[in-house]
Design a protein around this ligand. Sequence first.
Ligand code: IPM
Ligand code: MG
Length: 366
Amino acid sequence: MNIAVIKGDGIGPEIVNQALDVLVRAGEKFGFECKFTDVLMGGCAIDQTGVPLPEETLSVCMQSDAVLLGAVGGAKWDSLPGHLRPEAGLLGLRGALGLFANIRPVKLFSALSSASPLKLSTAETPLDLVIVRELTGGAYFGKRSTSTDSKGIKTATDSMTYSDFEIERLVRAGFELAMKRRKKLHSVDKANVLDSSRLWREIAHKVKSGYPDVEYQDMLVDNCAMQLIRNPMQFDVIVTENLFGDILSDEASMLTGSLGMLPSASLGGGSLGLYEPIHGSAPDIAGKDIANPIAMILSVSMMLDHSLAAAAQEGRKFKDAALAIENAVLSVLNDGYRTADLTADGVSAEKNVSCSEMGQLIKERL
Ligand code: IPM
Ligand code: MG
């Protein structure tokens, strides 16, 4: 399989290296080979080529079976104009590859049940929800401007724009996922204020009629933010627009113990997908070998499960490899090993492991 690899900035290279080791090991075990092509995107691309998303990166990604991405961004590039920032590269890539559905599973591993700052009563119902975030529309891709009028008043505008077809395909992806899960779907919007949300709700209701087996509920985004803390076990699949999904997924990550636990898959119409942790480049801990590589490693698992299984003749072995990686992570956590971000509930010195030790433990377990 051909994998485009974007190590990116900050902790990106450290976590990607661990994830690639795990992937190679999975290939040996399950009988497949990956060819990795390193490409630049984000701050490192700006430094080397002057732009956050070089043409060559885009064309390599388009010709690959999947794209693996660490993280991009950092203080060094913060003063650049918006269209030249590292994040513009990421948005450009998501947009150019047509990856409109961002799947963000939020699953609490039982070994980490006390690692969350929240006390969850997960004894009866496990915490296992998925946020399906719209990824190529809304305020991220709407028109922006900043201007100063004759009185010296400075004004900035970001427009949140959605067309019916963009909402429909995303909501449909959510329903399809719900059908494979617990058949429950919350559509999250701000229809009491925003026009784009009122259209969202109208379209969601149309799509809903095709899925009578799915229990459907509209929920306002402020209420959803509260419900995620009050009783996150009520959720199965959440569909929502780009900005709301960005915010809610960071919030939801803390239910699992750490932002460093959440993987994601960005999918479009075909089998090509982009796989990245939901967290950022964490410049403050970059180069110290203390980052948590699990979100990145679980992103590899999602890549096997989605893109590689779909692109291959025999998808079964990729699905098996995906599950084996998840089980290896589980097993290492069950044995008490923790990276620094997961030690809030206490851990002995020998089980407090570095990024590379965590990666190697998972690889060995596999
Ligand atoms: C994410 C990140 C990105 C986003 C940033 C880095 C542009 O926060 O993937 O959630 O906002 O989409
Ligand atoms: Mg985010």
